[in-house]
Design a protein. Structure first.
Length: 481
DNA sequence: CTATGGCACGGATT
DNA sequence: AATCCGTGCCATAG
């Protein structure tokens, strides 16, 4: 009986192991963090060891004992990136966050943080009695500049009408990171759109697309979206291009490469999918200096199975063992799967950074068209593993841009950038056929019809509508190269 | 008649 | 098995 149940549970573990490895791999770092926190709270067999810091640079350390920043091997071959797993907290500053820590007093006075920056802008227009409300709002922003608490809560706390809070919010949302303190990415987009519409032309139905089709939009279901709005798919592409070019769903982040691909069924898809799961930085200024790749860990400290619990389990009477055993199994499983997840991510990124080094350093034009399938044979894993590891994850590049990891596998992006260049440079509006010829000269043989598709993807109007050197869409957030 | 967009089909990808 | 992407054919606008 005992043997039987044991073998049964073992088999159960291995199949569950597979299933969980896959789901963990699909998860964003932020999602994984939520799961771990939940498990930690509910499962006594799990234990979170205190974080360790590197003695010299004070940086938090993950599982390993050597700090990759301090003992950075400068002599490493430039082609081989340095890849390591790093706890999450180190990433809150999206760019330039790797300097040594600054003492608190200096930081407070020298570097103005987002809440103060916004407050200074709105202060003149703010009624004195609303200052407390504004402060309340601004102290409850998350790292993306979105409002982390419900508006009604603020009203209740200050014993004022909802409308008064809304008034304050209206002011704040129009301050510099436009859309700051919105309660969702969707709302942030709408505010930005509204502000932008005062000075620039907006493609028709854009607001409607955001309002009604936000989840279709973020999952790039353009055909479905077109049907929903009753417009053509190319108009939809134009809208999507306009949004990614000019709007930013996370006001506190200066750059947003592209709307990431889907996340899940849509239950709580908005709050976390943009967070970079991998950060790539340069170890030096030179082109030849090796890249540093950090896989963001969902938590700081070391997660492990509590050894005391394991001991106690041996001694406890058979009464409660069932519950304990399942807890123990669960804990083991989780730890193991997380290790496996990290391992997969490290290997994946290692290979990716080698293959796409040119793109990472020099931009979209140098993107190599590679497929997930080709990587899967190199890494000796199943294709679906790569798919899962890549889907719904974001990567931060050395230039600060955050792009979906899927961009590394985009087969047409380099052609599209070539197309953009051609259109920018040529003085006389080229027809699609002519553009196709130019592209073929550069080594990209594409059909005329495809040129049209790429064009509309980039939000570029057809030849007869872009008369003399008039570039289609107003540049709002110009990305510096 | 030319330039484009829509629709649909087949192959690749997930 | 479902979905995405490049392409060809046809209709329509200029």
């Amino acid at each position: 009986m005992l043997l039987q149940s044991q073998s049964h549970s073992l088999r159960h573990i291995t199949t569950a192991h597979l299933a969980q490895t896959m789901t963990l791999l699909e998860m964003t770092t932020a999602e994984l963090r939520q799961k771990i926190e939940k498990d930690l709270a509910s499962n006594p067999a799990l234990e979170l060891l205190e974080e360790r810091r590197c003695p010299t640079c004070k940086r938090r350390l993950a599982g390993g004992s050597t700090c990759p920043f301090c003992s950075r091997p400068n002599s490493a071959s430039p082609d081989e990136p340095i890849v390591f797993v790093s706890p999450r907290e180190d990433f809150h500053t999206s760019s330039g966050g790797y300097e040594n820590e600054i003492p608190d007093e200096i930081q407070a006075s020298a570097i103005e943080d987002l809440p103060h920056y916004v407050l200074r802008q709105v202060a003149p227009e703010l009624k004195p009695q609303d200052r407390a409300i504004a402060a309340h709002i601004l102290t409850n922003l998350d790292e993306d500049g979105l409002l982390a608490i419900p508006v009604i809560e603020i009203a209740r706390y200050h014993h004022v009408l909802l409308s008064r809070v809304e008034e304050v919010l209206y002011l704040i949302r129009r301050a510099d990171p436009i859309g700051v303190a919105s309660s969702s990415p969707q709302e942030a987009l709408l505010v930005q759109l509204d502000v932008l519409s005062e000075s620039h032309p907006i493609p028709p139905k854009t607001a409607e697309a955001i309002q009604k089709g936000m989840n279709l939009l973020s999952r790039r279901r353009y055909t479905d979206l077109a049907r929903l709005l009753g417009i053509s798919t190319s108009d939809t592409h134009r809208i999507a291009a306009f949004i990614t070019k000019n709007l930013n769903p996370f006001p506190a982040r200066s750059h947003w490469g592209d709307i990431t691909s889907s996340n899940d069924g849509g239950s709580q898809a908005e709050n976390s999918y943009h967070y970079p799961d991998v950060i790539i930085s340069k170890s030096g200024e030179a082109d030849s200096s090796p890249l540093i790749v950090e896989i963001a860990m969902p938590i700081s400290g070391t997660l492990r199975v509590n050894p005391l619990f394991k001991e106690a389990f041996q001694q406890v009477s058979t009464e409660k063992t069932d519950q304990w055993k399942s807890d123990l199994d669960q804990a083991n499983l989780l730890v193991k799967c997380i290790q496996q997840r990290n391992h997969t991510m490290v290997r994946l990124m290692q290979r990716l950074t080698v293959l796409q080094r040119e793109y990472i350093l020099h931009g979209e034009a140098h993107l190599q068209p590679i497929t997930r399938a080709s990587l899967s044979v190199e890494l000796q894993v199943h294709e679906s593993t790569i798919s899962r590891a890549v889907s719904s994850k974001a990567v931060q590049l050395p230039n600060g841009h955050i792009v979906p990891m899927a961009i590394f596998f985009d087969r047409s992006l380099h052609i599209r950038t070539a197309l953009k260049q051609i259109i920018e440079q040529e003085p006389h509006p080229l027809s699609d056929t002519e553009i196709g010829e130019r592209l073929a000269e550069q080594g990209f043989p594409v059909a005329r019809r495809t040129v049209a598709k790429y064009r509309s993807m980039e939000g570029i109007l057809p030849a007869h509508l872009r008369k003399p050197a008039n570039h289609s869409i107003p540049q709002f957030a110009v990305d510096a190269i």
